[in-house]
Unconditional design. Structure first.
Length: 259
């Protein structure tokens, strides 16, 4: 164990002092307190020399510890870089893969029921009606520019527009109808996406919870949630999201006519 810095040497009988004077270089008899040539205190000289040696020993030990620590940190950094290189694909996938936006994972499976469940026949029938009455761009624009005022939600054919800030773009059409006290709807988007679902109305707002609506996109099925509010000008503002995307969608529906 190293001695503490500036620790005084053990006491012995007699004078413990350096024989050779560090100031003038003269050699003095052993046990001499004061240098015979220059008067330098040889005992104080010895104490300062011992203290300096202890400090030097401590510095060397500290340097060894710092050197070891630096090497350990460098090795750890190298291992981290190597691990990142081997797992970069997994990390990228984990950061970019969309996560479900609902708590109950089973709700995502409910989306396919609108195409293969007990209610399939009803939705297929209205999807067929929509295909036959799908509006042209000019018909949709006429409905948008001359929207009819409505005091409540009405069954009928609607033109759908996606909203981008203050602009709107025609994206498809939909049908809405009442059945057994619930609203039901189908929609066809120009990109080939189909939407089917049901909703309940509360204070002029239609609500579709997770599991109440689904989307079919190129053979894949996704759960939807959202709401639709009726404006005094008859324009229905729709907002919602799907489990296949992190962002919300905003759209508007303009009534073209009855069922």
């Amino acid at each position: 164990m190293h001695k503490e810095l500036f620790e005084h040497p053990d006491y012995h009988e007699g004078i413990e002092a350096d024989a050779v004077c560090a100031q003038c270089g003269s050699a003095n008899p052993e046990g001499t307190l004061i240098c015979k040539t220059c008067g330098n205190n040889l005992r104080d000289q010895r104490l300062m020399r011992i203290a300096a040696d202890q400090i030097l020993d401590a510095d060397v030990e500290g340097t060894v510890k710092v050197s070891f620590l630096a090497k350990a940190v460098a090795l750890l950094g190298l291992l981290v870089v190597l691990w990142l290189g081997l797992n970069v694909d997994k990390i990228y996938t984990s950061l970019t893969k969309p996560r479900p936006l609902y708590d109950d994972a089973s709700q995502g499976a409910d989306a396919i029921l609108f195409w293969e469940g007990d209610s399939r026949q009803m939705y297929d029938e209205y999807q067929g009606r929509l295909q036959k009455r799908f509006p042209s761009f000019s018909d949709a624009e006429a409905a948008r520019l001359e929207s009819e005022a409505m005091t409540s939600f009405n069954e009928g054919l609607y033109a759908l527009y996606e909203r981008h800030g203050s602009t709107e773009q025609f994206i498809g059409a939909g049908l809405a109808w009442m059945y057994n006290g619930e609203w039901h709807y189908v929609a066809q988007i120009n990109t080939g996406i189909q939407v089917r679902g049901k909703a309940t109305v509360t204070e002029q707002i239609l609500h579709s919870q997770w599991g109440d609506a689904g989307m079919q996109d190129n053979g894949s099925f996704h759960a939807l949630t959202g709401q639709a509010s009726l404006g005094v000008d008859g324009v229905i503002t729709i907002s919602g999201r799907s489990d296949s995307a992190l962002g919300k969608y905003q759209s508007a529906a303009y009534r073209l006519g009855s069922l």
